[in-house]
Write a protein that binds this ligand. Structure first.
Ligand code: ATP
Ligand code: MG
Ligand code: MG
Ligand code: MG
Length: 490
């Protein structure tokens, strides 16, 4: 089943259960001081749960563009290294605002997966909140009893407060959740270990796909819980993970969400993406690095393209800086492992827009802007990388022995935005070591200086304010032919 059809099935299914289907909110949040990006389906409905606004319908379903790269949910460093965490992903969700509760939510989740999508029941695991006496929250007996109608007890797992209890904050709505996991291991592997004994194995191919949160309590300022007057359901299912399960593959990158984009990278670079065999090892082998780099690039381009399409340009602070860093991470992986020295990531936007444009028209209407912005960013960062390489060569030439001065590496990082992990990598490849302690010390010294002043920009370079007088400290770097200056107020 194609990804397009899977998404449609979800929305149609919940429409048939009288849900109002709404569009995804933008990925970038402009008016929420607590959150830069939408990181879950429920973010746009927060006010309903808090009782500050009334929803159009007490049942809603949608697919939400999410980005998990900052704050409480930050999956950035996993991306590329596993096969099911993305920066940007779609979260399919259904909601009840004071309408149905556990009974219907669980029955429909099961019906959707096993009847509508015909997933193999034997591969599904569910988790139920085990309770926590110290925190005064009870075992979710109700969910347990409901699941027991569908799932053998051996595949109902008890989960702790960290995984199976959702709270908005220290106070406010909260409640237990039930997750659904899918076991994508081979039949042989499943025959060997399954059921309860699988729990602690934390196998990378037993993947969480759907979280059902049952908001039934309100936590009061004194820490005690009271029943909410109206109970809510908030569910979130990873679309790409669902596609993986439905398309009989064991990596999100092997679904049709990603394969056309990967094919384009292969076409541009002349390199091949090979899949699962190397996913789970972290060998230094070059094919493994190529695979990681390709996963990083095809993941990151989606995050960046959709953020730009939703109005967030890369910039030097706030959300724009997060987007710039994601794109630079992709450029750096390309530069280092695929040998791409010219802009190319922007070309992937055409594929994205063909692939996702039918459902997300913004990627089609903003395509030219998105491409231009990405191309410019690529060109400018590639120049930085190129300059940095030359400077690094000079540093190496002046190095006596085999250990490169950490303070010099810091200078490259601080002044030219040359990433330290890239420095370390290049040094290693040339048979040198980096004096990491020296680098850390220089970094700490700089942080102390910034803290002493007050930092007003979260950038590669800092604008420091200590008083009122500005002194020009020199050009930090040249970007898009604009000189970025470092100004210190003394
Ligand atoms: P995980 O434990 O795998 O990190 P999670 O518990 O953090 O997932 P939830 O906050 O429960 O995730 O989000 C609901 C669903 O969204 C998950 O069940 C999963 O299918 C999907 N999901 C979460 N994070 C990601 C991600 N970074 N990339 C793709 N899908 C994700
Ligand atoms: Mg997570
Ligand atoms: Mg989880
Ligand atoms: Mg979860």
């Amino acid at each position: 089943m194609k990804s397009q059809d899977i998404r449609k099935k979800f929305l149609d299914f919940f429409e048939s259960k009288e849900h109002l289907i709404v569009p995804s909110a933008p990925i970038v949040l402009k008016d929420d001081p607590t959150l830069m990006f939408n990181n879950s389906g429920m973010a746009q409905f927060k006010e309903y749960f808090l009782g500050n606004a009334v929803p159009k319908s007490s049942r809603i379903a949608d697919t939400q563009k999410c980005l998990r790269v900052s704050g409480k949910h930050n999956d950035l460093e996993d991306v590329g290294f596993d096969t099911y965490h993305h920066t940007m992903f779609e979260m399919l969700g259904n909601w009840s605002f004071g309408d149905y509760f556990k009974k219907e939510a669980i029955a429909w989740a099961w019906e959707f997966l096993t009847e509508e999508l015909k997933m193999d029941k034997d591969r599904l695991y569910v988790s139920v909140f085990e309770g926590n006496e110290a925190e005064n929250v009870p075992f979710d007996q109700e969910a347990w009893d409901l699941w027991k109608q569908y799932v053998p007890e051996d595949r109902i797992i008890l989960g702790n407060k960290k995984d199976n209890f959702w709270e908005m904050g220290d106070q406010g709505p909260c409640g237990p959740c039930s997750e659904i996991h899918v076991d994508l291991r081979t039949d042989e592997e499943r025959a060997e270990v399954s059921g309860r004994s699988l729990v602690n194995a934390d196998h990378p191919q037993v993947v969480e796909i759907w979280n059902n949160v049952f908001m039934e309590f309100n936590r009061k300022a004194d820490g005690s819980l009271e029943k909410l007057p109206a109970q809510h359901v908030d569910t979130g299912m990873g679309f790409e993970r669902l596609c993986m399960a439905m398309q009989n593959v064991t990596s999100n990158y092997d679904t049709d969400v990603f394969t056309p984009v990967i094919a384009k990278v292969e076409e541009i670079t002349g390199l091949k993406y090979t899949t699962n065999d190397v996913i789970l090892n972290d060998s230094e082998e070059s094919q493994n690095k190529i695979n990681i780099a390709i996963r990083v690039i095809v993941d990151h381009v989606r995050a960046v393209a959709f953020a730009i399409a939703d109005g967030q340009l890369p910039s030097n602070n706030g959300a724009g800086y997060v987007i710039r860093r994601i794109l630079r991470r992709a450029i750096r992986y390309g530069f280092t492992f695929l040998g791409t020295k010219e802009p190319f990531i922007y070309q992937l936007v055409d594929v994205l827009s063909t692939q996702m444009g039918a459902f997300f028209p913004e990627i089609v209407s903003q395509k030219e802007l998105v491409k231009n912005v990405i191309k410019e960013e690529e060109a400018s960062f590639l120049r930085t990388l190129d300059q940095g390489l030359h400077l690094l060569d000079t540093v190496i030439e002046k190095t006596e022995g085999k250990v490169v001065d950490g303070a010099k590496a810091f200078e490259l990082y601080d002044t030219f935005g040359f990433p330290i992990d890239l420095t370390a990598l290049i040094l290693r490849e040339k048979g040198y070591d980096l004096d990491e302690a020296g680098f850390d010390a220089a970094m700490k010294a700089q942080k102390d200086r910034s803290r002493a002043a007050s930092e007003v920009s979260k950038d590669d370079w800092n604008v420091l304010i200590e008083g009122n007088v500005e002194t020009f400290e020199g050009y930090d770097k040249v970007e898009n032919d604009v000189k970025i200056t470092r100004i210190r107020k003394v």
